[in-house]
Design a protein around this ligand. Sequence first.
Ligand SMILES: [Zn+2]
Length: 293
Amino acid sequence: MKTFITALLLLAGWLHAAPLNIVVTLPDLADITRQVGGDQVEIFTIASGREDPHNVPLKPSAITKLAKADLFIQLGLGLEYAYAPALVKESRNLKIQPDAPGFLDLSGGVRPLDVPTNLDRKGGDVHPNGNSHYNIDPVYGQMIARGIAAKLGQMRPESAALFKANGERYAAMLQGRIVAWKAKLAGRSIKFVSYHPDLSYFAARFGLTQVGTIQPKPGVEPGPRDIQALAQTMKQQGVKLIVKESFYSDRIPNQLAQITGAKVVNIPILVNGTPAAKDYVALIDTLVDAFAK
Ligand SMILES: [Zn+2]
Protein backbone atom coordinates (compact mmCIF):
# COMPACT_ATOMS: atom_id res chain seq x y z
CA MET A 1 0.00 0.00 0.00
CA LYS A 2 2.79 2.37 0.97
CA THR A 3 4.58 1.76 -2.34
CA PHE A 4 1.30 2.28 -4.16
CA ILE A 5 0.75 5.67 -2.50
CA THR A 6 4.35 6.67 -3.20
CA ALA A 7 3.85 5.72 -6.83
CA LEU A 8 0.63 7.77 -6.95
CA LEU A 9 2.38 10.79 -5.44
CA LEU A 10 5.23 10.43 -7.92
CA LEU A 11 2.74 10.20 -10.75
CA ALA A 12 0.88 13.30 -9.51
CA GLY A 13 4.14 15.22 -9.27
CA TRP A 14 5.13 14.09 -12.73
CA LEU A 15 1.74 15.07 -14.16
CA HIS A 16 2.06 18.49 -12.60
CA ALA A 17 5.55 18.98 -13.96
CA ALA A 18 4.71 17.68 -17.45
CA PRO A 19 5.06 20.58 -19.85
CA LEU A 20 2.15 21.85 -21.92
CA ASN A 21 2.40 20.53 -25.48
CA ILE A 22 2.16 23.52 -27.79
CA VAL A 23 2.19 23.71 -31.58
CA VAL A 24 2.85 27.14 -33.10
CA THR A 25 2.86 28.09 -36.77
CA LEU A 26 5.90 30.41 -36.80
CA PRO A 27 9.35 30.39 -35.17
CA ASP A 28 8.63 33.93 -33.90
CA LEU A 29 5.76 32.54 -31.84
CA ALA A 30 7.95 29.64 -30.66
CA ASP A 31 10.60 32.02 -29.33
CA ILE A 32 8.11 34.27 -27.52
CA THR A 33 6.17 31.29 -26.12
CA ARG A 34 9.43 29.89 -24.74
CA GLN A 35 10.27 33.25 -23.13
CA VAL A 36 6.88 33.29 -21.41
CA GLY A 37 6.38 29.60 -20.64
CA GLY A 38 9.93 28.60 -19.66
CA ASP A 39 10.26 24.92 -18.82
CA GLN A 40 6.49 24.49 -18.56
CA VAL A 41 6.09 24.39 -22.33
CA GLU A 42 7.23 22.03 -25.05
CA ILE A 43 6.95 23.59 -28.49
CA PHE A 44 6.69 22.25 -32.03
CA THR A 45 6.95 24.81 -34.85
CA ILE A 46 5.28 24.19 -38.21
CA ALA A 47 7.19 26.75 -40.35
CA SER A 48 10.99 26.81 -40.47
CA GLY A 49 11.27 30.56 -41.06
CA ARG A 50 13.03 29.94 -44.36
CA GLU A 51 9.78 29.41 -46.29
CA ASP A 52 7.14 31.85 -47.46
CA PRO A 53 4.89 32.01 -44.36
CA HIS A 54 1.84 31.97 -46.65
CA ASN A 55 2.91 28.69 -48.28
CA VAL A 56 4.49 26.30 -45.84
CA PRO A 57 4.64 22.72 -47.20
CA LEU A 58 2.28 20.36 -45.36
CA LYS A 59 4.28 18.11 -43.05
CA PRO A 60 2.81 14.87 -41.64
CA SER A 61 4.95 15.39 -38.51
CA ALA A 62 2.89 18.50 -37.76
CA ILE A 63 -0.35 16.47 -37.68
CA THR A 64 1.19 13.98 -35.22
CA LYS A 65 2.23 16.86 -32.95
CA LEU A 66 -1.14 18.61 -33.29
CA ALA A 67 -2.98 15.40 -32.38
CA LYS A 68 -1.27 15.45 -28.96
CA ALA A 69 -1.22 19.22 -28.44
CA ASP A 70 -2.81 21.06 -25.50
CA LEU A 71 -2.59 24.36 -27.35
CA PHE A 72 -2.28 25.60 -30.93
CA ILE A 73 -1.12 29.17 -31.61
CA GLN A 74 -1.30 31.10 -34.88
CA LEU A 75 -0.57 34.68 -35.90
CA GLY A 76 -3.88 34.88 -37.78
CA LEU A 77 -5.27 37.52 -40.15
CA GLY A 78 -5.15 34.83 -42.82
CA LEU A 79 -1.35 34.44 -42.87
CA GLU A 80 -1.50 30.67 -42.25
CA TYR A 81 -4.71 30.20 -44.25
CA ALA A 82 -3.15 27.83 -46.81
CA TYR A 83 -2.10 25.16 -44.29
CA ALA A 84 -3.02 25.75 -40.63
CA PRO A 85 -6.82 25.21 -40.79
CA ALA A 86 -6.31 21.95 -42.73
CA LEU A 87 -3.66 20.67 -40.32
CA VAL A 88 -5.71 21.52 -37.21
CA LYS A 89 -8.78 19.83 -38.67
CA GLU A 90 -6.82 16.79 -39.80
CA SER A 91 -5.35 16.34 -36.30
CA ARG A 92 -8.88 15.47 -35.00
CA ASN A 93 -7.81 16.92 -31.65
CA LEU A 94 -10.93 18.52 -30.16
CA LYS A 95 -8.87 20.52 -27.64
CA ILE A 96 -7.33 22.71 -30.35
CA GLN A 97 -10.16 23.25 -32.83
CA PRO A 98 -11.21 26.89 -33.42
CA ASP A 99 -13.42 28.07 -30.50
CA ALA A 100 -11.94 25.44 -28.16
CA PRO A 101 -9.83 26.76 -25.23
CA GLY A 102 -6.68 25.27 -26.79
CA PHE A 103 -6.86 27.42 -29.94
CA LEU A 104 -5.16 30.81 -29.77
CA ASP A 105 -5.28 33.34 -32.61
CA LEU A 106 -3.14 36.32 -31.63
CA SER A 107 -4.54 38.85 -34.11
CA GLY A 108 -7.54 39.98 -32.04
CA GLY A 109 -5.94 43.25 -30.93
CA VAL A 110 -4.43 44.17 -34.31
CA ARG A 111 -5.64 47.17 -36.27
CA PRO A 112 -5.15 45.75 -39.78
CA LEU A 113 -3.34 47.82 -42.40
CA ASP A 114 -3.82 47.56 -46.18
CA VAL A 115 -7.40 46.24 -45.94
CA PRO A 116 -8.59 45.85 -49.54
CA THR A 117 -11.92 47.41 -50.45
CA ASN A 118 -12.84 44.19 -52.23
CA LEU A 119 -12.78 41.54 -49.49
CA ASP A 120 -11.99 38.30 -51.29
CA ARG A 121 -9.08 36.26 -52.58
CA LYS A 122 -9.93 37.01 -56.19
CA GLY A 123 -6.89 37.42 -58.40
CA GLY A 124 -4.78 35.54 -55.83
CA ASP A 125 -4.71 38.26 -53.18
CA VAL A 126 -3.28 36.57 -50.07
CA HIS A 127 -4.22 39.50 -47.77
CA PRO A 128 -8.01 39.62 -48.19
CA ASN A 129 -8.53 40.70 -44.55
CA GLY A 130 -5.69 43.19 -44.55
CA ASN A 131 -1.96 42.80 -44.10
CA SER A 132 -1.09 39.82 -41.90
CA HIS A 133 2.62 40.56 -41.23
CA TYR A 134 2.19 42.38 -37.92
CA ASN A 135 4.73 40.07 -36.22
CA ILE A 136 7.62 42.34 -37.28
CA ASP A 137 6.21 45.36 -35.47
CA PRO A 138 7.78 44.91 -31.99
CA VAL A 139 4.88 46.77 -30.34
CA TYR A 140 2.76 43.90 -31.57
CA GLY A 141 5.56 41.63 -30.33
CA GLN A 142 4.70 42.93 -26.86
CA MET A 143 1.01 42.21 -27.50
CA ILE A 144 1.91 38.67 -28.62
CA ALA A 145 3.87 38.05 -25.40
CA ARG A 146 0.98 39.27 -23.25
CA GLY A 147 -1.57 37.27 -25.25
CA ILE A 148 0.43 34.08 -24.83
CA ALA A 149 0.97 34.76 -21.10
CA ALA A 150 -2.79 35.19 -20.57
CA LYS A 151 -3.60 31.98 -22.45
CA LEU A 152 -0.96 29.91 -20.62
CA GLY A 153 -2.33 31.31 -17.35
CA GLN A 154 -5.84 30.13 -18.26
CA MET A 155 -4.54 26.69 -19.07
CA ARG A 156 -2.43 26.38 -15.92
CA PRO A 157 -3.89 28.77 -13.28
CA GLU A 158 -1.36 27.71 -10.61
CA SER A 159 1.38 29.26 -12.79
CA ALA A 160 -0.62 32.24 -14.11
CA ALA A 161 1.30 34.78 -12.01
CA LEU A 162 4.62 33.41 -13.24
CA PHE A 163 3.55 33.51 -16.91
CA LYS A 164 2.23 37.04 -16.46
CA ALA A 165 5.51 38.18 -14.87
CA ASN A 166 7.51 36.54 -17.68
CA GLY A 167 5.31 38.19 -20.33
CA GLU A 168 5.65 41.61 -18.70
CA ARG A 169 9.41 41.24 -18.34
CA TYR A 170 9.72 40.34 -22.01
CA ALA A 171 7.47 43.25 -23.05
CA ALA A 172 9.54 45.65 -20.92
CA MET A 173 12.76 44.36 -22.48
CA LEU A 174 11.24 44.94 -25.94
CA GLN A 175 10.20 48.46 -24.89
CA GLY A 176 13.83 49.33 -24.22
CA ARG A 177 14.83 47.90 -27.60
CA ILE A 178 12.04 49.79 -29.40
CA VAL A 179 13.44 53.10 -28.12
CA ALA A 180 16.91 52.17 -29.43
CA TRP A 181 15.57 50.87 -32.77
CA LYS A 182 13.56 54.08 -33.29
CA ALA A 183 16.62 56.19 -32.51
CA LYS A 184 18.62 54.27 -35.13
CA LEU A 185 16.09 54.97 -37.89
CA ALA A 186 14.86 58.44 -36.84
CA GLY A 187 15.03 61.29 -39.32
CA ARG A 188 16.45 59.16 -42.13
CA SER A 189 13.56 59.46 -44.68
CA ILE A 190 14.23 55.97 -46.03
CA LYS A 191 12.29 54.96 -49.15
CA PHE A 192 12.20 51.35 -50.25
CA VAL A 193 10.56 48.72 -52.39
CA SER A 194 9.99 45.15 -51.13
CA TYR A 195 9.05 41.98 -52.96
CA HIS A 196 5.83 41.27 -51.02
CA PRO A 197 3.91 43.77 -48.86
CA ASP A 198 5.17 42.33 -45.58
CA LEU A 199 6.78 45.48 -44.16
CA SER A 200 3.73 47.73 -43.76
CA TYR A 201 3.58 47.50 -39.94
CA PHE A 202 7.35 47.72 -39.59
CA ALA A 203 7.51 50.77 -41.90
CA ALA A 204 4.64 52.48 -40.09
CA ARG A 205 6.27 51.87 -36.70
CA PHE A 206 9.68 53.22 -37.72
CA GLY A 207 8.69 55.99 -40.15
CA LEU A 208 9.95 54.33 -43.35
CA THR A 209 8.31 54.89 -46.73
CA GLN A 210 7.28 51.83 -48.73
CA VAL A 211 7.05 53.16 -52.29
CA GLY A 212 5.84 49.93 -53.85
CA THR A 213 6.15 46.17 -54.08
CA ILE A 214 7.41 43.90 -56.83
CA GLN A 215 4.24 41.84 -56.54
CA PRO A 216 1.45 43.97 -58.04
CA LYS A 217 -0.99 42.33 -55.57
CA PRO A 218 -0.09 40.36 -52.40
CA GLY A 219 1.01 36.91 -53.60
CA VAL A 220 0.79 37.69 -57.33
CA GLU A 221 3.98 37.59 -59.43
CA PRO A 222 4.69 40.59 -61.67
CA GLY A 223 4.70 40.73 -65.45
CA PRO A 224 7.21 42.77 -67.50
CA ARG A 225 4.84 45.76 -67.50
CA ASP A 226 4.55 45.72 -63.70
CA ILE A 227 8.35 45.74 -63.43
CA GLN A 228 8.70 48.63 -65.89
CA ALA A 229 6.03 50.65 -64.05
CA LEU A 230 7.68 50.03 -60.69
CA ALA A 231 11.11 51.00 -62.07
CA GLN A 232 9.60 54.24 -63.35
CA THR A 233 8.08 55.05 -59.93
CA MET A 234 11.36 54.22 -58.19
CA LYS A 235 13.31 56.58 -60.46
CA GLN A 236 10.76 59.36 -60.02
CA GLN A 237 10.85 59.04 -56.25
CA GLY A 238 14.57 58.41 -55.92
CA VAL A 239 14.26 54.96 -54.31
CA LYS A 240 17.72 53.50 -53.62
CA LEU A 241 16.76 50.36 -51.69
CA ILE A 242 15.10 47.11 -52.74
CA VAL A 243 14.57 44.65 -49.90
CA LYS A 244 14.21 41.01 -50.88
CA GLU A 245 12.64 38.62 -48.39
CA SER A 246 15.04 35.69 -48.09
CA PHE A 247 12.72 33.03 -49.61
CA TYR A 248 12.15 34.88 -52.91
CA SER A 249 14.38 34.55 -55.97
CA ASP A 250 16.69 37.50 -56.55
CA ARG A 251 16.09 37.49 -60.32
CA ILE A 252 13.48 40.27 -60.45
CA PRO A 253 15.04 42.37 -57.64
CA ASN A 254 18.39 42.25 -59.51
CA GLN A 255 16.69 43.16 -62.78
CA LEU A 256 15.02 46.12 -61.06
CA ALA A 257 18.33 47.14 -59.48
CA GLN A 258 19.99 47.16 -62.90
CA ILE A 259 17.34 49.48 -64.33
CA THR A 260 17.19 51.85 -61.36
CA GLY A 261 20.64 51.72 -59.78
CA ALA A 262 19.07 50.77 -56.42
CA LYS A 263 20.71 48.27 -54.08
CA VAL A 264 19.21 44.85 -53.22
CA VAL A 265 19.35 43.80 -49.55
CA ASN A 266 18.34 40.32 -48.42
CA ILE A 267 16.10 40.40 -45.31
CA PRO A 268 14.35 37.93 -42.99
CA ILE A 269 10.68 38.48 -42.18
CA LEU A 270 10.53 35.59 -39.71
CA VAL A 271 12.84 34.25 -37.01
CA ASN A 272 15.42 31.97 -38.75
CA GLY A 273 14.71 33.68 -42.10
CA THR A 274 18.45 34.39 -42.22
CA PRO A 275 21.18 32.95 -39.94
CA ALA A 276 21.44 36.26 -38.04
CA ALA A 277 17.74 36.30 -37.14
CA LYS A 278 18.11 33.54 -34.57
CA ASP A 279 15.42 34.84 -32.22
CA TYR A 280 12.74 37.54 -32.20
CA VAL A 281 14.96 40.36 -30.93
CA ALA A 282 17.69 39.39 -33.43
CA LEU A 283 15.07 39.41 -36.21
CA ILE A 284 14.04 43.02 -35.50
CA ASP A 285 17.71 43.95 -34.98
CA THR A 286 18.57 42.50 -38.41
CA LEU A 287 15.70 44.37 -40.06
CA VAL A 288 16.56 47.69 -38.41
CA ASP A 289 20.21 47.27 -39.47
CA ALA A 290 19.21 46.45 -43.06
CA PHE A 291 17.39 49.80 -43.30
CA ALA A 292 19.87 51.82 -41.25
CA LYS A 293 22.84 50.91 -43.46
ZN1 LIG B 1 1.74 38.36 -46.95
